[in-house]
Write a protein that binds this ligand. Sequence first.
Ligand SMILES: CC(C)=CCNc1ncnc2c1ncn2[C@@H]1O[C@H](COP(=O)(O)O)[C@@H](O)[C@H]1O
Length: 175
Amino acid sequence: MNITVFCSAYSLDDRYSAPAAEFARLLGTGGHTLVWGGSNAGLMGLLADQVKAAGGKLVGIQVELLKHKTYPGADELVLTRDLAERKAQLLARADAIVVLVGGLGTLDEITEVLELKKHGLHDKPVVLLDTEGFYTGMRVQLERMDAEGFLPRPLDQLIAFAETPAEVFTHLTTA
Ligand SMILES: CC(C)=CCNc1ncnc2c1ncn2[C@@H]1O[C@H](COP(=O)(O)O)[C@@H](O)[C@H]1O
């Protein structure tokens, strides 16, 4: 399976980096391909190292403006002109999307993927790994949208929430 992953480009402490590394190992040992932003920075670089060490493949979708941060060992590297084209490629190359902890870049990516899914423009599984309750606030917001009529489809058809890396793969195999 080609799994597109959105996550932080910053180095984070063990509470966040250990579950990300475990997720990456499961992805690699499961024989999957990591499709990601193609960066060597922070959690993105750690993810790529762990997937590679576990025998998985790497497809990087990097953007021209950040090409100096490109991960050197990807099996395939795509260079896009701008962030919009990169987001389109990250989605196009995915069989499923997994979201780990991240900042504004991650929020931008997950919002676009959910908005397109809302409109029926794709129907790929989206799983959010909610490490350390990092996404509690976003989940509360999404559940309120769901409960009060702001979404055309039930929330659980748009996104699944996992608390552990193993649970992410349970969602992906039953999706
Ligand atoms: C100087 C530095 C840290 C460079 C970061 N270099 C980057 N290289 C590739 N993709 C990125 C980069 N920064 C953000 N992104 C995109 O935005 C997300 C991370 O942004 P953030 O840290 O969540 O907000 C990633 O999923 C990725 O697709």
